[in-house]
Design a protein around this ligand. Structure first.
Ligand code: FRU
Length: 445
């Protein structure tokens, strides 16, 4: 059957399924989302953030750190997945991609020279470093930031990444564009190899849904990054979700009633000055071509205006008809008057443009322990409920994440993990979650 007939059949099936009530009716479409305003993570909800036994990760000590990659820091990591979102096994191998940098670089400087490397493993736990995913001279950006990866049945691979800065820039810039590398993957007797890469820029901020760097007016941390591929079995469409900021000039931003909370909360709560400058959102774009090189930006699915500046590495996990949207965020990116730890936050809705409700009431799903608040970061929830992340700065005492860079260099090296953290197992039950187990470092199986 050719792809066109498959597409028609898929559409006929979706329409009949909708009529027969096999699928949830979608309350919201991108157009409605546009009109009604993006669902908000409100100050009222975020005010309930609290560490509990169910959301606090076990302590990671300095002695536990066991660097997985020879001579390299490893941080943001993503597994190679199939089109349906499941973690791929290709001829017996699991593959992960990760941001890496030489480990003689100060941990805080690693972002400026991030390179995507791949690792492979037969047991989904002991990872062998394979090398750079592609020749970075052919890639967009002066460095490449986080992304996602999907392999087709025929071995062709789509590696989405953030092109940060531009090659040839005299000074380091923080321009961010979403990019795609299409290539081929081969399993040889010696491991895994990639070839035939071609690179495209697939999305830049439009200033209408997603803030441009110019609109951000040089304010707090700007984002347009971390493309995460997923196919939605309910809409039949192929999307990327990504980290953005709500569009508009930074100085014109205001807190809308929905950003504050319900009517009674609005009456008693005043957002402190400067809150409106915090405007993180979760973006969405839909694929317009089979090779995934053409995309159309859609309205964001969630905003944290007046709550948090950065909803990092957004990704979806489907459970039945329920959409689970997860993001990572830092203590220091919460708006004035809201306190939340470095952690994994989650939301759920019954449609892609649904009315996202924060998991556990506040959104907090995994928090670093209070006495080791920066021990891990960049959590990703896999379809089997396993949560991977990397070891960030451990046992900092009174030093906070934003002050680490001004400590003696030896202190910075000693306290940084730069390797995968112990995997956590998360139980998800409707709108409640619980960390139920800690597993070995970097285990995805
Ligand atoms: C989160 C993050 C990502 C980005 C990467 C850059 O850990 O900020 O959003 O892609 O780090 O190093």
């Amino acid at each position: 059957m050719n792809t066109r007939s498959e597409d028609i059949l898929k559409k006929v099936w979706l329409i009949s399924a909708l009529f027969l009530g096999l699928l949830p009716a979608f309350a919201s479409t991108p157009a409605q989302a546009d009109e009604e305003g993006t669902p908000a993570w409100s100050r009222q909800e975020a005010s309930q953030i609290e560490r509990t036994d169910d959301n606090t990760a076990p302590y990671i000590s300095q002695e536990e750190i066991d660097q997985m990659a020879p001579n390299h820091w490893v941080w943001d990591t993503w597994p190679l997945r199939n089109r349906d979102g499941s973690v791929a096994t290709v001829k017996g191998y699991k593959v992960i991609f990760a941001l890496t940098a030489p480990d003689d670089v100060l941990p805080g400087k690693r972002h400026d020279m991030a390179t995507i490397r791949y690792f492979y493993s037969k047991n989904g736990q002991d990872w062998k470093m394979g090398g750079e995913a592609f020749d970075t001279t052919d890639a967009y950006g002066s460095r490449q930031w986080a992304g996602s990866a999907m392999v087709e049945d025929d071995g062709s691979i789509h590696l989405f990444y953030t092109a940060t800065g531009r090659k040839g820039n005299e000074q380091l810039t923080y321009e961010q564009r979403l990019a795609l590398a299409n290539g081929e993957m081969e399993v040889t007797k010696d491991g895994i190899e990639f070839s035939d890469w071609s690179h495209d820029i697939i999305l830049t901020p439009d200033g209408e849904y997603y803030q441009t760097e110019a609109q951000s007016e040089g304010g707090i941390l700007y984002s347009f990054r971390d493309p995460w591929f997923f196919e939605d079995k309910h809409t039949g469409e192929t999307y990327i979700t990504f980290e953005g900021n709500s569009a508009g000039q930074a100085s014109d931003q205001v807190c809308q009633p929905r950003n504050i909370g319900d009517e009674s909360f609005q009456q008693t709560h005043e957002a402190p000055d400067g809150s409106a400058e915090f405007n993180g959102n979760v973006g969405l774009a839909v694929s317009k071509s089979e090779d995934l090189t053409e995309w159309e930006a859609l309205p964001p699915v969630l905003e944290a205006d007046c709550v948090n500046q950065q909803l990092e590495r957004p990704h979806f996990v489907m459970k039945g008809n329920q959409y689970y949207l997860f993001v990572d965020s830092h203590k220091f990116t919460f708006a004035p008057g809201i306190q939340g730890p470095d952690g994994l936050y989650g939301f759920t809705a019954d449609s892609l443009y649904g009315n996202y409700e924060p998991l556990n009431g506040s959104g907090l799903v995994v928090a670093n322990p209070e006495d080791n608040p920066f021990q891990a970061y960049s959590w990703i929830v896999l379809p089997n409920g396993k949560v991977i992340s990397f070891i960030n700065f451990v046992e900092l005492g009174d030093v906070s994440l934003v002050d680490v860079g001004s400590q003696p260099e030896s202190f910075q090296y000693e306290h940084f993990g730069g390797t995968l953290a112990p995997t956590l197992k998360l139980k998800i039950n409707k709108n409640q979650t619980q960390i139920i187990k800690e597993l070995d470092d970097g285990r995805i199986k």
